[in-house]
Each structure stands twice: as C-alpha cells, then as structure tokens.
Design a protein around this ligand. Structure first.
Ligand code: NAD
Length: 482
C-alpha cells in the first residue's frame, strides 16, 4: 500500500504487477479463499467501526449514527449476502445442448476478470469503496482502490487498515486526486468500477475504451420525486426529509426535486415544516444531528443557489459558513420557471429541495422524460394505477413508490443507473455478476464423430443437417397467393 500523494506511473505499474501476480497465482479463486477474504474484510469493519466513523466525521462532519446506518451496515449486509450465497453464485449453470451438438455438455461459468480498479467518491467514502470490493473479492478478483482526495482521513485509514487484514497481492490502496486517477486510467486493467460524477464517468469510459476494458459506472444526476394529491402527506414528508437530510443531501439517490399538483403545494409544505421541527428540535447549530457540506467549494456552490433563489425560498434558508452547515431548504417553482432556474440545471447534491407545481399530475411524466434518465425515481401516491403509469412510461436506475433512498438497504435489488446516471449495477448477486465474465463452455468426447457435417456436403448430408438444424426447404409455390 502507498500513502504518497504523488505517485509516478512506474510505482503504480509495480503495484499493479503485484496484484497481477496475486491473481495469476490463483489464490483468490477457490471458494474457501474467497470466503476467508470476505471474513477478513468483515473483521476490518467490525473491529474498526469507531475509528472509521470518527474518520468520516472528521472528513464530512457527519454524525456517527448516520455512518453506521448508511455506510458500514451496507458493507456488512453485502458481505453476509456474499458469504451466504458464494457457493450458489459460483456454480456453473448447465444448459441443454441441442441434438446437433450430441454428444456434448454445455454450461456457463463465472470467471473473475482479474485485476480491477475501483475509484470512489467522497460522499460515502468507505461504503462506496468497500461494497464494490466485496463484489470483487466474491467474484475472485484482486483490486486496487483509489479513494477520493476530498475525504483524506478515510483514505488514510483504509490505506492503514486494508494491509492489516488482506494480503497486499490481493488488495492495494493508493491515495491521491484526479491526477493520480488519470495516471491509473493510463494503465491496462481487467475491469474498472467507477463511482462519481457523470462528467468524470465519461473520462473513465474514454480511458477504458482504449483497451476495451469492461466498466461499471455508478454516476449521479437529478432524481425526481413525484407527490400525488392522494399521498399521505405526513408519512410522505417524513420519508422525503429522511432521504434528503441523510448526509445533508449529499447522496447520489437523494430526491433532487419534487413534482406535485399546484393545489398540493401548500399542504405538502406544511407537512414538511412540521416534520422538520420534529426531526431537528435543536435546530442546526452543530453537526451532532446534521451533516456538514463537505468543503468550502461545495458550500460556496450551494450558497450561490441559495442566494439566487431567495425569491422562491419557502422554508429554511439559513447557512453557517463557520461549520459549512446549510439547513434543509425548500423552494417553490412553476413547471415553466423551473426549466430555466439555476437550481434545476445540475444535480443539487445538498440539502436544497425545489418543489415544482404542476397543472396536472400526469405532467410529471412529461417533465421527467424531457430530461436525462435519473438514477432514482420516487413517487408518493395512494393510487396504484398512477404509480403503474409512471413506472411504465419512464426510465430510471431504480423506481421507488412511497419512500426514498431505502432501495439501497437490501443487497437483493441491483443498484445502478441508466444513460447519464450510469451503466451496469452491483450489490448482492448483481455485484458478483458485474465482476465476473460468464464464460460459455462446451465439452465434447471423441467417441462419436458423425461425418454428416464434414465436406463434401452431399445432398443426403444436407437432408440430415436440415433435420437436425430444424431448417426446412423453401416451400414449392406453384402460383402466387391470391
Ligand atoms: P467526482 O467524479 O468528482 O470524483 C470521483 C472520483 O473520481 C474521485 O476519486 C476523484 O479523485 C476522481 N476524479 C476526479 N476528477 C477526475 C478526472 N478528471 N479524471 C479521473 N478521475 C477523476 O465525484 P465526487 O464529487 O467525488 O462525487 C459526487 C458525484 O458522485 C455525484 O455526482 C454523485 O451523484 C455521484 N455518486 C454516485 C453514486 C452512485 O452509486 N451512483 C454514489 C455516490 C456518488
């Protein structure tokens, strides 16, 4: 492992060679070894949970409870699922072979890609590196992890802890920023797993294209949240605010904007105001109950939006530069004014939430379809027909009715985006599949070698072949059909 911030290409090549040796030795492939590696990773998280939470708090100003719920428990759930299902996932899947291939047996088998690069973002600095690592190890790979430079304590802690628990020819960590990331992307990897912004995702995809390296891109974007007039507003407000307040809205699947019929705006706002007071009885004076904005740059970016939309501000709006705190703030827009509003141009990634008034609820579908496919689409409604209409007429990475963000609480549902919000998915079995190549295998004995397919292809051979291939002769048409 290295903790140097400027690493030259030859040092990175040396780390990669070490991982390649580990991979070629075959040590990560047997089921028992994968199980052991996953158990060691589990021990790393459990033994060091306090240090990890403290590093996250130091980097992000996030309460430790939130890190347990939204970060460490996700990794542990991934490990438990992988350990419980490893045998099943690794099993070759046998396929029926057609008569034309008799005698033979055919199956598909998961093969580890080899040496993987995993690049992480800052917003969940531990989970978004270790959860992909669980998938990588479960699938029998070796991996190099590149944490975000914006969460240096977490990066440093991972660089210290991983070599204590996992062999250095199986997992490596390098610390650094965009420059290091670009150097890593110059190398040839067997697989690249990237989590971060859409803009950098495109850079990664371009670099991967050089060697046609397979990738999973876990990106961001604006996730809409429809609130229908039939929704129970008290529960709706609680669940929206829970998802938005987590990590101060710095969550890739946080609701980014609300779409609701005009006559529902004030009742929804009243419900949000009530829940806000319940959730934060002490207000926003410290980061004990609410996460800070990650750094001055992101605080300034959100402050610009806050200032620019003072006219539309309906609730909240206070900011504390000394501790980078911004309270959850709600803005009111019309669907026409929203289109050009600064807050609607990019992913907000903070505790600001525009509420967009619609003339009719079905307008929500049009609004969403006029934009990039979101990572998540939320709908609050008691009308199942409306929920099904929205589900069938839109595209998104995930679709959740009557809640937000909790789709990540299970490893049973693949997590990933579509279009600008990402490519591929992981968590549970989909993570195992993402880090595996499903190889087609066909095995034949020598004991039967019918001459029928061999040249010269006489008419009698073609007759048999046609039967075997179920490919009929052209019909003899005497006159055109009337
Ligand atoms: P980012 O794209 O700026 O950085 C992600 C990683 O890429 C970091 O490790 C960084 O060092 C590296 N990087 C930055 N610039 C680079 C460049 N020019 N070339 C190569 N590598 C570069 O993203 P971020 O600010 O860390 O994270 C926020 C974004 O990530 C948001 O858009 C959010 O929605 C998205 N995100 C997505 C998911 C998901 O699972 N889909 C999860 C968390 C965050």
């Amino acid at each position: 492992m290295t903790s140097e911030h400027s690493v030259d290409l030859s040092k990175l090549q040396a780390l990669q060679s070490k991982l390649r040796q580990g991979h070629l030795s075959g040590k990560t492939k047997p089921e028992a070894q994968r199980y052991t590696l996953l158990s060691r990773l589990e021990a790393l998280v459990i033994d060091n949970q306090n240090e990890i939470c403290a590093a996250i708090t130091a980097d992000l100003g996030r309460p430790a409870e939130d890190s347990i719920i939204a970060e460490l428990s996700v990794v542990i759930e991934e490990i438990h699922t992988a350990k419980a299902n490893l045998k099943k996932w690794m099993k070759p899947r046998h396929k029926w072979m057609p008569l034309v291939l008799f005698p033979s047996k055919g199956y598909i088998a998961p093969v580890p890609f080899g040496v993987c690069l995993i690049i992480g973002p800052w917003n969940y600095p531990i989970q978004l590196l270790l959860a992909p690592l669980v998938s990588a190890l479960a699938a029998g790979n070796c991996a190099l992890l590149k944490p975000s430079e914006l969460t240096p304590r977490c990066a440093q802690l991972l660089a210290q802890l991983l070599p204590r628990y996992l062999p250095d020819d199986v997992v490596q960590v390098v610390e650094g920023g965009a420059e290091l990331s670009q150097k890593l992307l110059e190398l040839r990897w067997d697989f690249i797993f990237f989590t971060g912004s859409t803009a950098v995702g495109k850079i990664v995809a371009r670099a991967a294209a050089q060697y046609l390296t397979p990738t999973v891109l876990e990106l961001g974007g604006k996730s809409p949240c429809i609130v229908d007039s039939t929704a129970n507003l008290e529960v709706t407000a609680r669940r929206i605010l829970w998802g938005k307040a987590l990590n101060a809205g710095q969550t890739c699947v946080a609701p980014d904007y609300i779409l609701t019929p005009r006559d529902n705006v004030q009742p929804l706002l009243a419900a949000l105001k009530k829940v806000l007071a319940e959730f934060f009885p002490e207000g926003f004076k410290s980061s004990e109950s609410f996460c800070s904005i990650v750094n001055e740059r992101h605080f300034a970016r959100l402050s610009v939006l806050l200032n620019e939309h003072q006219k539309e501000l309906a609730l909240g709006g206070r900011a504390q530069p000394s501790s980078n705190l911004i309270e959850p703030s709600f803005f009111l827009f019309d669907s026409s004014s929203a289109a050009t509003a600064a807050i609607m141009q990019e992913e907000i990634f903070g505790p600001l939430l525009p509420i967009i008034a619609l003339d009719a609820r079905d307008q929500a579908i049009e609004f969403i379809n006029a934009r990039e496919h979101p990572l998540a689409l939320y709908i609050f409604s008691a009308d199942n027909n409306f929920i099904e209409n929205v589900e069938s007429q839109t595209t998104s990475g995930s679709f959740v009715a009557n809640d937000t963000v909790i789709q990540l609480a299970t490893s049973q549902l693949p997590f990933g985006g579509v279009g600008e919000s990402g490519q591929g998915s992981y968590h549970g079995m989909s993570g195992f599949n993402a880090f595996s190549q499903w190889r087609s295998v066909l095995k034949r004995p020598f004991w039967l070698d019918l001459p029928v397919r061999y040249r010269p292809l006489r008419p009698w051979k073609m007759w048999i072949l046609r039967k075997l291939l179920k490919f009929s002769e052209p019909a003899k048409v005497s006159s055109p059909p009337s």
